[in-house]
Design a protein around this ligand. Structure first.
Ligand SMILES: [Fe+2]
Length: 605
């Protein structure tokens, strides 16, 4: 049993928790919740507030010490909004006070800009609430920009108005604590297992603040799709259940079962290999638990390095793979608008590519051309091929962007890229033409033209129906994109896959690497085919791309891109049971041709 201390946010006190403490006690199966107020609020109203978050934490801590002495056992700390900042500052200064930390709807000034921590769009509503004389109406106004899921605000507003009349919070306290929050900087680390929660529809603090904090602290992050800032008021059961589930994961954490975390041994840090300790449980279930319990740490490493290889565990079928992938990111997706034909192995696991073994798959970040590309990509080797090839090489596309000549970078950055893809319809087209890709009905998983158009529009493609029931998709996208977490520039587009010169050039480079005449010959065949294709207008090409202004991308520019990519590529041989996690925002993947059977599965989130 754990004792918990809950801390409320700005100008709120313990009674504002409502029934959440009871919901929490039920969900955790017997943990006990204690409530203390920040200086100036609740039982402490009438007192001035210290000017810093650290000072506020010290103030609460002094009152907590007697509670701790009277209630033996481990303590956890849960803070919401400004209470979350106090909880962070407290735990950073006194890491032995608590064994668990939960932060909800919170942020830090060193990680997120002020306008993301406090959205200016709510300023008019906030000002109106400040000058509202009727206390119930005032609370209703505040609930209007802090909650999203309350079916009936009136009873809550009435209750909160009573609290405010009973123990009013001085305006000076609100201003002092607002200033303290604005200046608050997150500690570089917190040595207590931490869970971070946010509401996706928080109208006040952008949920990216909590996400960034989670990334900075290496903590797992859970987001409620509908909740607002007052997440424990909007979704009390969800918060309690997420915390309870996480507590179980942390308790089951087989901390000793990882033996090594180190680069695989190639050039540079990519991928980072995580291997089990000798004699420890290597089952897929144990791996899933391990991943869930150390998710924060693994996520942090993934953002830094770009890819993690879980090696030496027994992940030998699609269902086991899905479990491991889900342990890292519960929000797997299955809408696929990429170029490879794939077969479903479970609802969320697919064969990586059904393209014939001799087809080269150039490096790319998965679905870089759709509006919301996957953030994470998972591969699992169910059956490695024997002999040469068959690798899934990786390249750090941050390094690729850095390695391009400034003039090339400038051209791509200024002009962007326009992709053209022509898909055959349900009646026509070979599945296995080097350039023909799939049919549109295969890609959109429908034969209904209106539905295909809707899906195309949703992903930012212009769709044009062509003769013979075909569909042309075009879209213009930037060539370079900022990494969503680190802000580093990343080469993030499919030019090296879509450009007509891609296939022959890829074969030439593969022939050089593998020393095989077969690929040199295929390069020649592809070259001749490209020479023929180049006579047709761009809009009729099965796939091609130009600069965003419609001007051709010269082969010389594409050569420089491919040089940079191949310079940064790392190769490793698959072993059965390998699970590879890729940060799709920074690291690309591809496939080397091979011979014989090989089964690699993919999932994404
Ligand atoms: Fe891919």
């Amino acid at each position: 049993m754990t004792n918990w201390l809950f801390l409320r946010g700005l100008s709120r006190e313990q009674r504002h928790w409502g029934t959440f403490p009871q919901v929490f006690e039920r969900a955790t199966g017997g943990d006990r919740v204690f409530l203390l107020d920040l200086p100036g609020t609740g039982t402490e109203n009438g007192r001035a507030s210290p000017k810093t978050i650290e000072g506020i934490a010290d103030d609460v801590r002094r009152r907590w010490e007697s509670l701790r002495d009277a209630n033996q056992g481990p303590w956890g700390l849960l803070g919401i909004s400004l209470g979350g900042m106090v909880a962070m500052a407290w735990t950073a200064a006194h890491p032995n006070d608590f064994t668990r930390l939960v932060l909800a709807s919170t942020s830090a000034g060193n990680l997120s800009p002020p306008l993301e921590r406090f959205d200016w769009k709510i300023v008019p509503a906030a000002l109106r609430s400040l000058f509202e004389r009727d206390p119930v109406k005032r609370e209703e106004r505040i609930l209007g920009f802090t909650t999203r899921l309350l079916e009936d605000r009136a009873p809550v507003a009435e209750e909160w108005a009573r609290i405010q009349l009973d123990r009013p919070v001085a305006r000076a306290v609100v201003i002092t604590q607002l200033r303290a929050a604005a200046r608050y900087q997150a500690p570089p680390r917190i040595d207590v297992p931490t869970l971070i929660l946010a509401g996706a529809r928080d109208p006040m603090a952008n949920p990216s603040c909590a996400r960034l904090l989670a990334s900075e602290l290496g903590a797992p992050f859970e987001i409620h799709p509908g909740a607002g800032h007052e997440i424990a008021t909007d979704a009390p059961e969800w918060v309690a259940d997420r915390v309870a589930a996480w507590l179980k994961e942390v308790a089951a954490m087989p901390a000793s079962s990882i033996a090594r975390v180190q680069p695989l041994g190639g050039r540079g840090p990519l991928p980072l290999a995580v291997e089990p300790a000798p004699g420890s449980d290597t089952s897929a279930d144990a791996l899933a638990k391990l991943v869930a319990s150390r998710r924060g740490e693994l996520e942090k490493k993934l953002t830094e390095v770009g890819a993690i290889l879980l090696r030496g565990f027994d992940v030998h079928d699609a269902a086991a793979f899905e479990k491991v992938a889900r342990a890292f990111d519960p929000h797997l997706k299955n809408e696929y608008l990429g170029t490879s034909p794939r077969n479903a192995l479970t609802d969320y696991v697919f064969s990586a590519s059904e393209l014939p073994p001799h087809y080269p798959i150039p490096q790319h970040c998965e679905m870089s051309f759709v509006k919301e590309p996957p953030r994470r990509l998972f591969f699992c080797c169910l059956e490695p091929n024997t002999g040469a090839g068959g690798e899934t090489p990786l390249a750090d596309f941050r390094a690729v962007w850095r390695d391009l000549a400034p003039a090339v970078r400038e051209r791509f950055a200024e002009r962007g890229i326009t992709n053209v893809r022509n898909y055959a319809g349900p009646q026509g087209g070979s599945r296995f033409d080097l350039w023909k890709l799939k049919r549109w009905d295969e890609m959109f998983n429908t034969r209904d033209r209106a539905e295909a158009e809707r899906l195309a529009a949703k992903n930012g493609f212009d769709a044009t129906w062509t003769a013979g029931g075909g569909l042309r998709l075009t879209n213009t996208q930037p060539a370079v994109r900022k990494h969503p977490l680190t802000g580093e520039p990343v080469w993030f587009n499919h030019a090296q896959v879509f450009h007509l010169s891609a296939v022959p050039d890829e074969y030439r480079r593969i022939a050089r690497r593998q020393g095989k005449l077969r690929y040199a010959a295929l390069a020649r065949v592809a070259e001749a085919a490209v020479a023929l294709k180049a006579r047709s207008p761009i809009e009729d090409q099965a796939m091609h791309c130009t600069y965003g202004d419609g001007s051709p991308i010269p082969d010389a520019d594409m050569d420089q891109v491919r040089d940079a990519i191949w310079k940064n590529m790392v190769f490793f041989k698959w072993r059965p049971g390998d699970v590879l996690i890729i940060d799709n925002d920074s690291v690309s993947h591809g496939r080397m041709p091979y011979v014989g059977p090989r089964t690699v599965a993919v999932a994404w989130a």
